[in-house]
Design a protein around this ligand. Sequence first.
Ligand code: ADP
Ligand code: MG
Length: 703
Amino acid sequence: MDKTGIEKMLRPKSVAVIGASATPGKIGYTVIKNLLKDGYKGKIYPINQKESEILGLKCYPEIGQVPGEIDSAVMCVPAKVMAEVVEECGRKGVKGALVITSGFSEIGRKDLEDEVVRIARHYGMRILGPNIVGTLSNSEKFNGSFAPCLPLPGKNSLVTQSGALLIAMDMATYSRRIGYEKMISIGNMADVDFADLIEWFQDDEETSCVSLYIEGLRDGRRFIDVAKKSNKPIIALKSGVSAHGAAAAASHTGSLAGGAKVYSAAFKQAGVIQATDLDNLFYRGLTLSMQPPMKGDNFLIITNGGGNGVLATDAAERFGIPLKFAPDDVQAEMKKHMPEYGSAKNPVDMTGMAGNDWYYETVKFAIMNKWTDSVVVLYCETAITDPAEIAASIKRAVDDSGVKDKPITVSFVGGEKSDKAIGWMVENGIPAFFAPDTAVNAMAALREYAKLQENKKSDGAKTDEKAKKLALEVIAAARADGRTSLTEIEAKKVFELYGMPTTKIGLAKTEEEAVKLSKEIGYPIVMKIVSPDILHKSDAGGVKVNIKTEAEAREAYNTILKNAKAYKADANIHGIAVQEMAPWGTEVILGSVSDPSFGPTVMFGLGGIFVEVLKDVTFRVTPVSKAEAEEMVSEIRGAPILSGVRGEAPRDRKAIIETIIKYSSMIYDLMDEIAESDANPVLVYAQGEGLRVADARIILKKK
Ligand code: ADP
Ligand code: MG
């Protein structure tokens, strides 16, 4: 997409404030005051029909009368005249507008918003908002907003869907001493959305990390595509995950799907690091903006206090970067800078005796050593040391090491002096925090970033044209029959077309047909009710397994029909599915739902009671790559069950991964047709012996 409009609105050489006001307290006044006060160097044109001058600047009655060129317009006029004003801006050649005014889609007036965007598009103009606080840029000294001041400078930039949060975080940058380069309020996203800004930030040299506060994404797929290509870290805090929750749905997957899990999956796939809360967004963002990724798993914790070291060790495990013992040569070196009773293992505990020199020597060696991928330095304030000097020693050790590609984070626990030392460290490019857990969590973000970068390289599945064509025929036939769900026989056919092994199966409409089919397939067999009105067959007494003889087959046929009629008198019954009985295996589930933001997603988890009770499932947005399918299998809590517990042989992991990929292609290819689907259970056998889809369900989109 053309970045000009965004470039002009974020780095304008001239700006018009439309709806400028001479009355203090009005937004149209505040914006002009802020532009002047915070040192904006470009031209400012207040537009107001009555005033001749505002805050010493010449006023124009309308934008068309401004003599020079105008890059960007800040809109403060009422919503009802916005379309007209945008039209005038378009004619004047304005390429970007920050629409501060509210009263659009957020109060149900999407029509007004659509009109504004329609006109803007006509003139090749981009719209940020409406319903925004504005934008702040330290490098441009541009405060085109009603936020009180520019944030404390930093290399991190924020895009937020909450304007109130922008103002609050802006001021918090000073109390927390965590700086930002740009803060952008994105508002209703009528035009410019997160993906557009992420794209724009790629070329913003002032920004080295993009932080996002997200309530909801409109085009989740584009977000993933754009974020995947980002050359700088992106960290996102997603709120409102419960409201997004699952719609009441006919299959298990529907009730398991949740905004939270889908968003987390999408962030992973997009290579976006997730923040768990606001605090986390602040300090992980700071760290990502200052330090390189942590490229391997080895890191040293260096401390002068045992307790701090243990806390950090616990945190390391909690945040996914478990600590390892340092190799002997590293330990030997560390021993030189600690008393006899210190510990060189990792955490490296120099004890309370540690002074400036020990910190200097230890940190410098740790960074330069080839084993270490990163270093977390902890300090507890003591009576014999000065936090400022310790901070200076750490900084000097980093500089003297000459190493630039290994990250470091620091924690100082103590009083005012420690507090000051933290500020000094951050000003000098080293992320420093109050608590050891925070320093470790920040480091974990750098490790996550490195891992996500590796994963981003893999690509998704390709469309299987032949399978798709035949599957669409099966679906069309069901639709012609007036149905919005496939029978198990049809669903299994579609699964087969995509290469997933199912069971031999046939439909019997009479007892004699059932007996004949049973013989053809071979005992033992399974019989199930086939009815578009009975989706959960067991609940209706509609499944009989392990049928071994003709007599049993006759009895099962009649019992199932009787049960089904008792369950639902007016059910439309197609007949009985007679199928091969698959040998017993570990039950897993595959499912799919269509997410409102990301479209088709697939779910994987353990089947049976695990899915009903433990909800031990994981999601990915389709198409799912091999690496992603592998992750899915590894990340469920029940993963050890698949590796073989209590002497059981490991399950066929390779077959599961292949099946997830095939299932993902099926869901991706048929996204216009399938609303949701599942395969529950899929029976998984020992390594090398594959798996079988024992039950399949496909529910179609209503058309
Ligand atoms: P429901 O509609 O109730 O989910 P299923 O088709 O999943 O019905 O059947 C219920 C159970 O019967 C399954 O969980 C599985 O244990 C067993 N089962 C179903 N079909 C087969 C089969 N072809 N081979 C072996 N076991 C089967
Ligand atoms: Mg089932």
